[in-house]
Design a protein around this ligand. Structure first.
Ligand SMILES: Cc1cc2nc3c(=O)[nH]c(=O)nc-3n(C[C@H](O)[C@H](O)[C@H](O)COP(=O)(O)OP(=O)(O)OC[C@H]3O[C@@H](n4cnc5c(N)ncnc54)[C@H](O)[C@@H]3O)c2cc1C
Length: 468
């Protein structure tokens, strides 16, 4: 029998962070990866968000020598696709003036392949003293008196210790520990993507800083495009309840857009890989631990409830899990009851902050970009009426404004219920009941916002007097 304090299944971002944190605390730690190396069996690439840099100091050391696929996403394009499957407009966005975290003022994501990122991260764990076993599939949980005490690999080798389930969306640890049989249909998405290669200089010339794109559409669920050093991928996904056709049909709609084909031509891009993955996407993570077992990252259902950013939550929940595990081990009590401190710990992080409004965030996302026929079919033309309607020289401007206003009126029967059912509950959850009342009552708004009052007073004082 191999004895450890901590036994981690999976060497993705969650598993490697857990292994690093555990080894740094002096816990005897082993982590297992079924692939030949970490990052072997994963989605081709990923956008890493600035919160990672704020939370994990070592992220500042990431560089293109170790991770050659890196490209900074300084700007994002938002394409709008109408009911006829035509790109009717796009907006480019960069970090806005309200961004407070200094490093995030000039970039949105750092895009990096998982085949670069995962081994880079795992090395921090092995350098800290954790033992990594690659090409090792963990097939079962070791149990005594019905309780989990460790894991068993495909060769029957047994490893004893507190088990961290970092084994991704289809988590064996979650299933065999009894924490979950399978995901509910509204808890998990199927995500597909094509990966294209092209030259780095073409991407520089054609896209510049715009290394991210979202294709908001009335004919397919929102699709994303992420550019890496010399490649890009295009993908889309949706909850299992949505698909009425083979999902590839919808991904091909994105690829076959005239606009996309033009882009592929000018970039001289060549498709090289197709991938399909499950990605948990839910409003509230549940059943995160039991006796001697903790689930982190995708295994625990932690991707962000709005955009399903999953690397950061995997790494943050890894840290919370190891904090909880270390306390449990030192108290000699790894029972489910004691490990409930894990829930307190992750809820106190910025991942917990996202999940405070998780159900509302997930619901609005599900109801808008992921309901192309029901919602985007009116949202895209409405949005483009405002944006594109202004840029029109067909009539005198007052006439155009009247035409636009008349046209917007016809979207009210869809827009108003959407605002009532999705937008107001989200605002209430984020701002709280009191602040919502304030928004609908100008007197309360003024009382609550002395800055506005002060600015109005100032404007009044500064206004030229009649005698001036
Ligand atoms: C198409 C797609 C695009 C995405 N894009 C982004 C993005 O841009 N940014 C972002 O932050 N997130 C993104 N995500 C989400 C992100 O990939 C996941 O949330 C993240 O990988 C979760 O990390 P993890 O460590 O929990 O699990 P995983 O990354 O899934 O790692 C699990 C590891 O465990 C190993 N493993 C599994 N079972 C066993 C076993 N029985 N024995 C041994 N090893 C095992 C696997 O091989 C794997 O290496 C994306 C997801 C998908 C599907």
């Amino acid at each position: 029998m191999n004895e450890y304090d901590i036994v981690i299944v999976g060497a993705g971002p969650g598993g490697s962070t857990a292994a690093k944190e555990a080894a740094e605390k002096g816990l005897k730690t082993i982590f297992f990866e079924r692939g030949r190396k970490p990052g072997n069996k994963n989605s081709s690439g990923t956008g890493l968000g600035p919160r990672l840099w704020r939370e994990f100091d070592f992220m500042k050391e990431i560089n293109s020598d170790d991770c050659p696929s890196i490209r900074e996403g300084r700007a994002a394009r938002n394409y709008m696709i109408d009911n006829d499957g035509k790109v009717t407009g796009y907006i480019m966005t960069t970090p806005t003036a309200s961004v407070e975290y200094e490093p995030a003022k000039s970039w949105i994501t750092l895009n990096c392949y998982r085949s670069d990122f995962d081994p880079w991260l795992a090395k921090y764990a092995t350098d800290a003293g954790a033992e990594l076993k690659t090409s090792t599939l963990i097939t079962g949980l070791l149990k005594e008196d019905g309780k989990v005490v460790g894991v068993i690999d495909e060769k029957g080798e047994k490893y004893r210790g507190l088990v961290i389930g970092a084994d991704g969306a289809v988590s064996m640890v979650a299933q065999q520990s009894g924490l979950r049989k399978r995901w509910g249909q509204k808890q998990v998405t199927l995500t597909l993507q094509y990966d294209f290669e092209c030259s780095a200089s073409k991407i520089d010339d054609v896209m510049g800083d715009e290394a991210l794109a979202v294709w908001w559409s009335a004919t397919f669920p929102a699709a994303y495009q992420v550019f890496f050093n010399s490649s890009f991928h295009i993908g889309l996904g949706n909850w299992m309840t949505w698909w009425d056709k083979n999902p590839v049909h919808y991904l091909n709609k994105v690829i076959n857009l005239d606009y996309m084909q033009r882009l592929i031509r000018v970039l001289e891009a060549k498709p090289r890989e197709f991938q399909a993955h499950l990605l948990p996407w839910m409003g509230t993570p549940e059943n995160t631990h039991t006796d001697n077992v903790i689930l982190i990252g995708d295994a625990g259902g932690f991707p962000c409830p709005l955009e399903a950013e999953g690397i950061y939550p995997a790494m943050v929940t890894a840290r919370a899990a190891i904090d909880a595990a270390a306390e449990a081990i030192s108290a000699g009590d790894t029972s489910k009851d004691f490990l409930s401190i894990y829930d307190m710990k992750w809820k106190a992080t910025s991942v917990g902050e996202d999940f405070k409004s998780g159900p509302e965030l997930q619901s609005i996302w599900m109801a808008l970009p992921f309901s192309p026929r029901k919602s985007m079919s009116w949202f895209v033309p409405m949005f483009m009426e405002i944006l594109g309607g202004i840029i029109d020289w067909s009539e005198p401007h007052p006439v155009r404004i009247r035409q636009i206003a008349r046209s917007l009126k016809k979207y009210l029967p869809q827009a108003v219920p959407f605002i009532m059912q999705e937008v107001l509950p989200l605002l209430t959850s984020v701002l709280g009941e009191e602040k919502m009342e304030m928004l609908t009552d100008p007197a309360k708004l003024m009382a609550e916002m002395p800055e506005i009052q002060e600015a109005m007073m100032q404007a009044f004082m500064d206004a030229p007097k009649e005698e001036d």
